[in-house]
Design a protein around this ligand. Structure first.
Ligand code: ADP
Ligand code: ZN
Length: 367
């Protein structure tokens, strides 16, 4: 792929809904906002303190070129703050500045800020518009696209939420320069997943370009993010409300979510997805047609991108992990919908995997 088209249009029943822009700065943000025809409304930029310190003022001044009234709300960073109380803070701010339906929210941050801002936008006055400015690798390729918004409730991740599509997704690749290393690597859990479920040639491309990708070289990053967003686009367009095909994006997540919970969120999402991918690949070898060479290749690739493939000295058993998969939201009539691979690049939904089989596969990653 030589020429990268830096825009992707997400459609619904062949009608365009929003555009994903992949850029190297925020300069075009003002013209993107102009296209939304906001009639001189107001904008609230929602961010967290790690990100806001670097980019909030710059984004504010660019948004100000299109919208006269722009405010910034800075939240505490981290998944622990992704809750209803934080949503209330966003509502209070919107009410105090008298935001109405023609005004807009702008999410400047990773998945946590994006999910919460989207949820506030989905529910405030029964829905106002919002723009995603994803700043983590994970948010760029995954959570900012597809319209899933929400918060955690009690110990349940994303338990309360709504589907609400953004009006635009604007990715500025330069912001990845301040993303901490571990957070950067975590994004590869989803990126490698994209290749595994849908696109073997992308998976091979990732492997052969790993050194330029890991050193965050611009050209490789642009191509990678474009290709990952294209896969996510293809899947969410074919199934906007997660009734079928979109379940494939859950590859590695059934076991991954259980591990994430048992580790009390001390491991990052992409790290847990990596461990879940290893378990799902093992089950694909045992129950699908994945070859032993492909299974080994998948583990090598995850390691190449600095992701974990096993866990040592943990205080929980593989049995607990298998049992917790029962609580996964992706259950249907008590049956676990497990995503397996026929081969690299070809995923399918399996409804036959038992808790016992999950336990045995997880056993192999706990050393
Ligand atoms: P994720 O995007 O992985 O779902 P978060 O939204 O919690 O999760 O982001 C991960 C962490 O990285 C948070 O601490 C966040 O503040 C920080 N972060 C996100 N993007 C950037 C960035 N571009 N520069 C610096 N820190 C960032
Ligand atoms: Zn995920």
């Amino acid at each position: 792929m030589d020429i990268i088209n830096k825009e992707l249009i997400i459609t619904k029943e062949d009608n365009p809904i929003y555009t994903i822009y992949i850029e190297n700065n925020y300069n075009k943000l003002s013209s993107v906002i102009d296209k939304l025809q906001l009639e001189h409304g107001k904008a609230l930029i929602v961010t967290d303190s790690n990100i806001g310190i670097h980019y909030a003022q710059e984004v504010k001044s660019i948004v100000n070129q299109s919208i006269p009234f722009v405010e910034i709300l800075t939240l505490e960073p981290g998944e622990a703050n992704k809750n209803i109380e934080t949503i209330q803070k966003i509502y209070h701010t919107l009410i105090s500045y008298q935001f109405d339906r023609k005004d807009i929210l702008i999410a400047l941050g990773g998945g946590v800020v994006g999910d919460m801002t989207g949820f506030a936008a989905a529910t405030y006055l029964r829905g106002i518009r919002f723009i995603q400015l994803p700043t983590s690798l994970l948010a760029m390729v995954d959570s900012s696209i597809g319209g899933k918004t929400g918060v955690d409730y009690l110990s349940y991740k994303n338990m309360v939420g709504a589907f609400h599509q953004p009006s635009a997704v604007y990715i500025n690749l330069q912001v990845l320069n301040t993303l901490p290393e571990r957070e950067y690597y975590s994004g590869f859990g989803e990126i490698i997943k994209h290749g595994l479920i849908k696109d073997k040639s992308y998976y091979r491309w990732l492997k052969s370009n790993s050194s330029s990708i890991l050193s965050r070289e611009n050209e490789s990053l642009t191509e990678m993010i474009y290709r990952s967003c294209s896969i996510k686009k293809q899947v969410v367009e074919s199934d906007p409300h997660e009734n079928g095909e979109r379940a494939l994006l859950n590859f590695g997540h059934t076991v991954g979510h259980s591990i994430e919970k048992q580790l009390n969120f001390s491991y990052l999402h992409g790290e847990c997805v990596s461990l879940g991918i290893v378990a799902a690949a093992q089950l694909s070898y045992e129950h699908g047609n994945l070859s032993i060479d492909e299974l080994e290749d998948i583990k090598e690739t995850l390691k190449q991108f600095k992701l974990p493939v096993c866990l040592s000295n943990v205080s929980f058993s593989s049995k607990i992990i298998a049992q917790t998969t029962r609580n996964d939201k992706k259950m249907e009539a008590g049956q676990i919908k497990f995503i397996l691979l026929h081969s690299i690049g070809a995923a399918y939904i399996d409804k036959t995997i038992t808790e016992q089989e999950i336990e045995s596969a997880v056993q192999l990653i706990l050393i």
